[in-house]
Design a protein around this ligand. Structure first.
Ligand code: GLV
Ligand code: MN
Ligand code: MN
Length: 414
């Protein structure tokens, strides 16, 4: 036959809807925590689809899931395309899933057209990209790229108390049909399609972002330890109140540190107080700070300033301050060869595009350390992501998948 391969948009939209039903939230979003039963159900659905199309399925020791369509020359390293299937607790239906399912659609489109590529193409669903249930994020791609090993995180504990080691083992066991291989097999290149998660493409009415770089991220965990005491009886001078320290530190970060640099992003997304009782001055308060910046030196300088502010706030309240660096992802640049393939594909298809830097981290950041990589962004409504209201139009899903298909054909032919 050998027809020109074409994206089947009806099939892709149905896939997106079916996966969004796994962990669906009442508000139209998705809660599919990494390595949870819901995550396992999504992985199984993808694997079942793959087997039904005659593709092969394997996993690696980090539970990254791979689906392979053979090429003409089995000796050539495969082209890798894909993203992740885990979500934020109140996540949207597109973050991760769209890239994974568009990649699977590429395999199906090639199979429909009976078109053999020179090298094999593999679709990947990386494990725990979000880092929300288990920290750090991008665990699967870090393991794949040798930037970390599963053993490094074996005592990582989920927000619900489960151990990473147990959930990982259960996830691997849940798919006994898929052989488990060592992490990090050779690949020719990696392309990840993803929603932009910001407002630029929509505002400029451009359907494709060619991602040339990813800004850096640091995650800090700050703990102020004071003394639990009675809320009604303890005068100010007797208090060692870690909540007062945290409130002051957070205010400094938001009011003084972030405004100094328009490119800096600082977020306190999680805070816990112990014992967490309305009429007890907490004994301990722990909170996270997510810091982003495109420049490695600026990122380090912000981390230093935040550290000083936190230590000063702790000292003012007579509390002990502990600061742990939980995640350190330096900024990364993507490969010109892969961004050029995206540019050439868009030009050939008559699709408007612009280069951009990703504000979010992605699995491609780590894979780019071991193979030429780049990303394709599609717009999302109002730039909203990590939110159940996340939305991508059918038209942009189609344009994104067509671009990915074109890029995959180019790179699998090289
Ligand atoms: C990815 O989910 C990020 O937080 O950038
Ligand atoms: Mn994502
Ligand atoms: Mn995300």
């Amino acid at each position: 036959m050998n027809a020109t391969p074409a994206v089947n948009i009806g099939r892709l939209l149905q896939s997106v809807a079916e996966f969004a039903a796994i962990g669906a939230t009442p508000a139209g979003g998705v809660n599919r925590p990494a390595l949870s039963a819901k995550d396992r159900a999504a992985r199984r659905l993808l694997a079942e689809r793959a087997w039904a199309r005659g593709f092969s399925v394997f996993q690696d020791e980090a539970a990254n899931l791979f689906i392979r369509r053979e090429g003409r020359d089995a000796a050539l390293a495969p082209l890798l395309i894909g993203s992740h299937l885990d979500s934020q607790p109140t996540g949207g239906r597109f973050d991760g899933a769209l890239g994974t399912l568009s990649a699977f659609e590429v395999l199906e489109a090639l199979a429909d057209a009976d078109l053999k590529t020179e090298r094999a193409i593999e679709v990947v669903a990386f494990t725990n990209e979000e880092g929300s249930r288990f920290s750090p994020g991008c665990m699967g791609s870090m393991a794949f790229a040798g930037a970390g090993a599963v053993a490094d995180w074996s005592d990582a504990q989920a927000t619900d108390g489960r151990l990473l080691a147990d959930e990982l083992a259960e996830t691997l066991r849940a798919m006994p049909e898929a052989e488990v291989r060592p992490a990090g097999h050779a690949i020719a290149a990696f392309v990840e399609l993803h929603i932009e998660q910001g407002p630029i493409l929509e505002r400029e009415e451009i359907p494709i972002g060619i991602v040339t770089a990813v800004q850096g991220t640091k995650w800090l965990e700050i703990t102020f330890s004071g003394e639990a005491a009675h809320a009604g009886t303890t005068p100010l001078e007797f208090r060692r109140d870690p909540m007062a320290a945290a409130a002051a530190a957070i205010a400094r970060i938001q009011d003084d540190v972030m405004p100094c640099d328009p490119q800096a992003r600082l977020t306190v997304g999680r805070i816990t107080a112990e014992p967490g009782s309305i009429n007890v001055i907490p004994g301990r308060v722990t909170f996270t700070i997510d810091i982003r910046h495109p420049d490695a030196e600026a990122l380090a300088a912000i981390e230093q300033r935040v550290t000083l502010e936190c230590r000063a706030a702790g000292a003012r309240r007579n509390c002990e301050t502990s600061i742990q660096l939980r995640v350190d992802m330096p900024p990364g640049r993507f490969a010109p060869r892969v961004t050029a393939a995206i540019e050439d594909t868009c030009r050939a298809l008559g699709i408007a595009r612009r280069p951009m830097v990703s504000g979010a981290f992605h699995d491609a950041l780590f894979v780019s350390r071991v193979a030429p990589s780049a990303m394709i962004f599609v717009p999302c409504r109002n730039g909203i992501s990590h939110n159940e209201a996340e939305f991508v139009s059918d038209e942009h899903i189609l344009i994104g998948a067509r671009t990915l298909l074109g890029v995959a054909q180019r790179l699998a032919a090289e």
